[in-house]
Ligand binder design. Structure first.
Ligand SMILES: Cc1cc2nc3c(=O)[nH]c(=O)nc-3n(C[C@H](O)[C@H](O)[C@H](O)COP(=O)(O)O)c2cc1C
Length: 197
């Protein structure tokens, strides 16, 4: 059984990010030979608190905050494919998604201080990043998100396979853009096929 975890970083259910994630998950679900369990989470609904920098995770494995983030570490660990999406907010990722990523500090501590990683290092995990921007395309529009996602995927021991970056969505919503949705679907298909190779 392969496990796919997707986190939608937009608070807007049914809009651009949600539609792209749904298509990518359909591409995964409809291809490959393995049985697949798929979980799609909405960062806004998870209501993950921001990291308090209490250093608790340097003394005891995991996070002391009781808001479900410890379940998310387990889901990251179990996942074979991790899809993360975000709208571009002030040239960066959404606050909801950033709160989750900052809480991966507990993963960092588990690896580099406690020497007892929350995330299994031995298995292959594939990751994909989806980001949408309201503004029309311009050079480096998504630039600021890349180093954040690089560290995120590193934290969860996941090979960052690529990014689907779509601009101008405020003028041209993705729900009406079948070619872009098909592209997302095809990426999902390729991810599962690569994992099964
Ligand atoms: C708080 C906020 C900040 C935003 N900042 C940017 C920005 O810096 N650049 C940009 O192109 N679009 C910006 N937008 C537009 C969103 O990126 C766009 O509406 C979003 O990609 C739509 O995704 P969704 O439909 O999945 O929510 C911003 C929107 C909000 C609400």
């Amino acid at each position: 059984m392969l496990h796919v975890l997707a986190i939608v970083g937009s608070p807007r259910k049914g809009k651009n990010n949600d539609a792209l994630v749904t298509s990518m998950l359909e591409g995964i679900e409809n291809h490959g030979n393995s049985s697949v369990s798929i979980e799609k989470l909405y960062a806004d609904k998870l209501a993950i608190q921001s990291c308090k920098a209490c250093d608790g995770c340097t003394r005891k494995r995991g996070c002391v905050l009781k808001d479900g983030m410890n379940d998310i570490y387990e889901k990251f660990d179990k996942a074979d494919i991790i899809i993360v999406s975000s709208p571009l907010y002030f040239n960066s990722i959404s606050g909801q998604l950033k709160s989750i990523i900052d809480r991966n500090q507990a993963i960092w501590s588990s690896k580099y201080i406690l020497n007892n990683s929350l995330i299994d290092k031995s298995k292959l995990r594939l990751g994909y990043f989806i980001c949408t921007a309201g503004m029309p395309e311009e050079p480096n529009l998504f630039h600021a998100t890349f180093p954040i996602m690089e560290l995120f995927f590193k934290s969860v021991n996941t090979n960052w396979e690529g990014s689907l970056l779509i601009s101008n969505v405020d003028k041209h919503p993705i729900v009406h853009d079948n070619a872009t949705l098909q592209n997302s679907y095809n990426i999902g298909k390729k991810l599962i096929e690569k994992l099964e190779k």
